[in-house]
Each structure stands twice: as C-alpha cells, then as structure tokens.
Write a protein that binds this ligand. Structure first.
Ligand code: NDP
Length: 397
C-alpha cells in the first residue's frame, strides 16, 4: 500500500461543486505534435468538472483506494505545522500543481524518506529541487502538453488586453463611467508591432502560430534555432541573444522554463534596454523577471504594461507589489488550469500513477528526472548543477 499525498488548491469560496457555465468540453485526442492526450486505463470524473481543488481530488480517490492505496488531499502546505509537511515524511508519492505548488525543497526532500515519485499535475517542475530529487533517486514527472495550448491562449489574450487597454476600459464601465478618452488614451493596435517570444517550445510555438494572423513582426529566442521550415511556417525570425530581442520588441512574451539560466532574465539592466512603452506578458514563471525591477519600470513609465499569472511565492501575499503596481493585468496562476486543461492533466496524473504502480515505464515526454538524472523532457528543458538549488523550489520572495 502506498501513501499518496496530493496538495491541491482550496475549493471555491461558494462551495464545491461550483455551478458550471457549460455542460461539456470539446474532446481533444491529439496534441499539435501528434502525440496523444493522456490515456489511462480509466477515469472516474466527467471532463469539465473542477478537479484541481481539494474536493475535486484530481478524480483519483476511487482508483487509488480500490487498489489499496491511501490518498491524503490538502491545500494546507505552508510551514512545519502544515498538513503537507506533517504527512510528507511518510508519503510515497507527492502530487502538486504549479498553481498551488507544494515546494519540495532540498530540506524537505531529505525528510521525505519514503518519497519515490513527485508528480506535477500540469507543467513546470521548478517547485521541486531537482538536484535533491536526483540525489535521492526520486522520479519527477509532469503531464507534458496537457495545458500548453491553454497557456498559449491566455498569453495571446493578455497581449491584446494590455495593448488595447482592455482592463482599465472595462473598469470604467463597471464604475458607471463612459469616458472614452480615458479608455482610448492608452489603447493601441497590435497590428504592425514587433512581438518577441522568449522560448519557442510547446507554448511559445503555439503563441507564434496564434499571433501570425495579427500581421505582426515575430521574433523568437532560445538556445537552439528551430529548423528553417518550421521558422517559415511560423513566420518567425530567430534572434540568438535575448538582449538583442529585448532591444527591438514592442511586446515580449516569456515562455521559458525556470532554471538557473533563465532566473531573473528580465532585470533592471535588460529592462532599461527595452523601448519605452514595451509590454511584457509572462505566464511562464514569476522568477524569470526581477519582481521589483518590473514595478520600477511600470512606475517610471518605461514599460507600458505587464501581465501574467505567475508569481513568487504562490499564493502571493496580500501586499505583493504586483497586485497594486500600475498598468498591469495580473491574474492568479490559472492559465493552465482551465477546466479543459484539468481534464487532461488529471487523466495524465492517473496515467503516471498507473505506470508507477504497475512497474511500467512512464512516457518519456512526462519524465523530468529519474534514476538520479534529468530524464525525458526534463533533460531538454532544465539544467541542474551539483549543490545548486532549483530557483523556484523555495518559498522565498
Ligand atoms: P517546453 O519544454 O516545450 O519549452 C521550453 C522552451 O524553453 C524550449 O523551447 C527551450 O528551448 C527553451 N529554453 C530553455 N532554456 C532556455 C534558456 N536558457 N533560454 C532561452 N530559452 C530556453 O515547455 P512548455 O512550452 O510546455 O512550457 C514552458 C514553461 O511554461 C514551463 O516550464 C512552465 O514554467 C510554464 N507553464 C506555465 C503554465 C501556467 O499555467 N501559467 C502552465 C504550463 C507551463 P532551447 O532548449 O532551445 O533553449
């Protein structure tokens, strides 16, 4: 019997289940690269249900208990008295979502003597100290592609929301006003602008594809240039160094994983080289940017807008400066937890658990670390150095 500890975000304030806006979600069978969506032996939920909160339990209870395993679900994750930290030393499997990350620091991993598998229900395993996971031979797996398109859609929405000044205009209406001049005086067309994508992976490429019809100039940067035919199809030009991209873009969309090379990539120095009036959208990880440098650039008017759903730490404290900085369209970490995405990553979590309990291989595209090394997709996306903490794995600000 295994003990599975799932750390999920709290239920809706109005109770569980919520009243759903729709009765069904479209069925997706394949991702854009041709790989199939998760295919567990079965699921015990209806796609479209809220699965990512405590009562949703990622739809796992029936499956786990019918196989004799124990499932503990909690949202209480912070500090030594939390349910998470109390249960962790005897847990065999930890499941956590990046939206409400159970930070698995090196210290906590040391105490988790039984831990064999850490599953990210979603994408992005920087909340796990990957070095420590490797030292303790803990398998780290995530549900690759499950919410990539969800995030790409949200990125595009936020680019438009910033450039068109949508949120302040909406607020004028909610406050009973009609001052078109106020709404229009920060509103521009995206058409003709230069948009730079930082990391054209699954999300970044989907953003490029979705922005192409807006008649914008598309640039991208990452460590490896895409094949020429892919660049042609995307209509995107490669810029080898993020510094050269930052200088020329009107909008930067950050789509890179968080690791030592990308930590605080957008700091005071890089921001100062950007055009006055540039926008940044970051649904990737909060620590890709320097928190206070963003606030300074917005307050001085150097940046025209910043939008994103990723913060550090998460949940963001009530006095986090990004809640009150000007010209922002911040939302809680939710781009990748649409009800549509939840159905996929809950099924993917079950698929990973089935493989683990039946001693079958986990799909390589789901693997981040295994047998003491970065593995599968993780070997391509992350870097680890001995003795170095994974940047997102602590609760620090
Ligand atoms: P992928 O692994 O498909 O793509 C990552 C891309 O990052 C690769 O193309 C890689 O290219 C590039 N990259 C890695 N290191 C660097 C670097 N040092 N400099 C520039 N580019 C780099 O990941 P996804 O697109 O699926 O996801 C990206 C991230 O988005 C996740 O890691 C996660 O943090 C975040 N995310 C956020 C969600 C949300 O709800 N807000 C949900 C899902 C994901 P190359 O190797 O050539 O550099």
């Amino acid at each position: 019997m295994a003990k599975v500890l799932a750390v999920l975000y709290p239920d809706p304030v109005g109770g569980y289940p919520p009243k759903y806006a729709r009765d069904s979600i479209p069925e997706i069978t394949h991702y854009p690269d041709g790989s199939t969506v998760p295919s567990p032996e079965g699921i015990d939920f209806k796609p479209g249900e809220l699965l990512g909160s405590v009562s949703g339990e990622l739809g796992l209870r029936k499956y786990l208990e019918s196989h004799g395993h124990q499932l503990i679900v909690t949202s209480d994750k912070q500090g030594p008295d939390s349910v998470f930290e109390k249960e962790l030393p005897t847990a065999d499997v930890v499941i956590s979502q990046p939206f409400w990350p159970a930070y698995l620091t090196a210290d906590l991993i040391n105490k988790a003597k039984n831990l064999k598998l850490a599953i990210t229900a979603g994408i992005g395993s920087d909340h796990v100290d990957l070095n420590a996971a490797n030292e303790h031979h803990i398998t780290v797996a995530e549900v690759t592609y499950s919410n990539s398109i969800s995030v790409a859609e949200s990125d595009v929405m936020q680019v438009l929301a910033l450039v068109r000044n949508f949120i302040p205009a909406h607020e004028i209406i909610q406050q009973g006003g009609w001052n078109i001049a106020d709404a229009a005086s920060r509103s521009y067309d995206l058409e003709g602008m230069t948009v730079g994508i930082v990391a054209a992976g699954r999300i970044g490429r989907a953003v490029l594809e979705r922005l192409k019809p807006f008649n914008v100039k598309l640039l991208y940067t990452q460590r490896h240039q895409l094949p020429a035919e892919v660049e042609k199809q995307l209509g995107a030009t490669f810029v080898a160094d993020v510094k050269d991209l930052a200088k020329v873009v009107d909008v930067a969309v950050l789509c890179a994983p968080l690791h030592a090379q990308t930590y605080h990539m957008f700091d005071d120095k890089l921001l100062a080289t950007m055009k006055r009036g540039a926008y940044i959208v970051n649904d990737s990880r909060g620590e890709l940017v320097d928190r206070d440098a963003i606030v300074r650039a917005l307050e001085s008017g150097h940046l025209a807008g910043y939008s994103g759903d990723v913060w550090y730490p998460q949940p963001a404290p009530a006095d986090h400066p990004w809640r009150s900085m000007p010209h922002q369209a911040m939302i809680p970490h939710m781009s990748g937890t649409s009800l549509s995405a939840q159905a996929r990553y809950a099924a993917g979590t079950r698929e990973i658990l089935e493989a683990f309990f039946e001693n079958k291989p986990i799909r390589p595209e789901y693997l981040i670390a295994q047998d003491g090394h970065l593995a599968g997709v993780g070997a391509k996306s992350y870097t680890v150095k001995k003795g170095e903490e994974t940047p997102g794995s602590g609760e620090k600000e």
